[in-house]
Write a protein that binds this ligand. Sequence first.
Ligand code: PGA
Length: 248
Amino acid sequence: MSSTRKFFVGGNFKMNGDKKMLDVIIENLNKANCANTDVVVAPPTAYLSYVRGKLDGKVSVAAQNSYKVAKGAFTGETSPDMLVDLGINWAILGHSERRHVFGESDALIGEKIKYALERGLYVIPCIGEKLDQREGGTTLQVVSEQMASIKSNVNDWSKVVIAYEPVWAIGTGKVATPEQAQEVHLQLRKWLADNVSDAVSKSTRIIYGGSVSAGNCKELAKQPDVDGFLVGGASLKPEFSDIINARS
Ligand code: PGA
């Protein structure tokens, strides 16, 4: 809790929202107190410019995904170059739904991270174990492997915020307990110290995602190695402002 890492809250709208709904969310965010928190929201690709155009500059905008090259015959993809052109400077990469619904591998996610960083984007790589892996006792092994693949593609850790999102907690209403979150976050910080450097371990934000709500965010935010949240469902609701201020 005494850390110097600035609290960070991301909102992942996933494939939700239309202009009317986004207008309500934007109005709420423009009124929110973001003084002590870095706030980044990720609307669907189709609405990136719409949201960026209406949202106060105190809130950053992220893409939910980006591809590993600048341009070409890759139907349906969006490049970091295009995001930069639109004034979007963050990307969420390797989200659980990209991994498990769309079959993205650690290797592909690594290439996407590398290229997004090269183009100057800030990135939020996501990691996390599935229920059978947790129950089988392999959580730390799984997240360590995911971290290793991220690490080999990162030169500048100041542009990276790691999101730990246990797959069993995403969209299920089954949030990790503060102790469960803290345990993995601490191990991830140790992993960074052992495999990157002490400085990176101390300065890199590790945020938790999976059924975060206004009701559970305060206890989670008290954990010393939980530096914020990546919020799905609740980021579409007025309670998102309370989550932004979970530590205030
Ligand atoms: P959730 O989603 O908050 O709806 O569980 C979190 C996420 O997928 O980032």
